[in-house]
Write a protein that binds this ligand. Structure first.
Ligand code: PEP
Ligand code: MN
Length: 361
């Protein structure tokens, strides 16, 4: 059976775990054995070549670790996947009979490299797990899937590991859940795994992100695990021990995707109320844009700029003061106001252009 089918047929969550990086033969054996003992891990992972953002970071142990991970996988009867970041890595993974490979976020961004790896794997049926690109561009993610499919590789799984942002306070990589959800709409048959480790960047957040992924109906989780996380050579703050992983998994609440008949009518009622509110929201936004156009005409006639920075800062400040009354997060208030503001600017620019064109004619 294809790995992607196995992931979909396993009772959720399908779990991929292992260290960020293979560091020594003992470490790999130790951690795989402990993970196997939990009885909850379906696929091992270990980074052998580590594409790191900064050059002084540990960049992986290299080729020698292929045998370590393969042997430890066989001993525990659990298949293993590794990251490949170029065609040469892909060839070595095939030669070492590694069970599956994943494409890292720093590789998915580069169509040339993705193409070279896809070509190197042509003619094989090795399962490929594809992480989202580091930037929030769904087309690069889709493009990478297409490149593997064009090379005849159809055992594909997607991994959501979040997106880089400058200086985010909470996450290492912003989850932007709407992007994996959009990928699922585009490829309903491709299983979706969440990687809470690289989204969180710190172990305290792992449970929250894993639970969210389960509530969004992801098929599985890829979580980094190390025998002594604080001594790990890479991603030390986000790794957990196998027994902590076991505990995390047993605390997850797995909700059913289908609502029981008994609550259908209540659900329907609440959904209708929500749909009514959405109708009103859209009508209100549309009215708001008409007022923006009035503003646009006034600004045009008086030759003043569309963006009035002080006014805009005042609007945000006033709403944020009331965030507790609204019971809305600062992130939401800023994001939502920002979207409305951008749309308002578009309306004002259009109307100003129409005024100008009208004068010319
Ligand atoms: C990893 O899985 O260790 C890794 C480097 O991931 P990413 O490509 O998501 O940064
Ligand atoms: Mn890592």
């Amino acid at each position: 059976m294809k790995l992607s089918e196995k992931i979909q047929h396993t009772k959720r969550p399908f779990v991929i775990s292992g260290p960020c990086s293979a560091e020594s033969e003992t470490q790999v054996h130790h951690v795989f054995q402990q993970l196997a003992q939990t009885g909850k891990v379906h696929l091992f992972r270990a980074g052998i070549w580590k594409p790191r953002t900064r050059p002084d970071s540990f960049e992986g142990i290299g080729q020698i670790a292929l045998k370590w991970v393969k042997d430890a996988s066989k001993e525990n009867h659990i298949p293993v996947c590794i990251e490949v970041a170029n065609a040469h890595h892909a060839e070595m993974a095939l030669k070492a009979e590694i069970d599956a490979i994943w494409i890292g976020a720093r590789t998915t961004v580069n169509p040339f490299t993705v193409e070279e790896i896809a070509q190197a794997l042509r003619g094989t049926d090795i399962p490929v797990l594809i992480k989202n690109p580091i930037n929030p561009d769904i087309n690069l993610w889709i493009g990478a899937i297409e490149r593997f499919e064009k090379s005849g590789l159809f055992d594909i799984t997607a991994i959501h590991r979040g997106f880089s942002v400058y200086n985010h306070r909470k996450y290492r990589n912003m989850p932007s859940w709407e992007i994996p959800i959009a990928l699922k709409e585009h490829y309903p048959d491709i299983p979706l795994i969440c990687d809470p480790s690289h989204i969180s960047g710190r172990r305290e957040l792992l449970f929250e992100v894993s639970q969210k992924a389960m509530d969004l109906n992801f098929d599985g989780l890829m979580i980094e695990s190390h025998p002594s996380p604080e001594k790990a050579l890479s991603d030390s703050r986000q790794q957990i021990t196998p027994s902590e992983l076991n505990k995390l998994l047993s605390q997850l609440i797995l909700r059913s995707q289908d609502a029981p008949d008994s609550i259908h009518s209540v659900l329907q009622e609440v959904r209708e109320k929500i749909a009514n509110i959405d109708d009103r929201l859209f009508d209100l936004i549309s009215d708001r844009m008409k007022l923006s156009e009035e503003l646009g005409i006034l600004k045009y006639q008086n030759n003043i700029t569309v963006l009035q920075q002080k006014q805009w800062e005042k609007i945000i400040k006033e709403r944020l003061l009331k965030k507790n009354d609204y019971n809305l997060s600062e992130e939401f208030i800023r994001g939502w106001l920002n979207e409305i503001h951008q749309e308002s600017i578009r309306h004002q620019i259009n109307i100003m252009k129409q005024q100008k064109d009208g004068e010319k004619n």
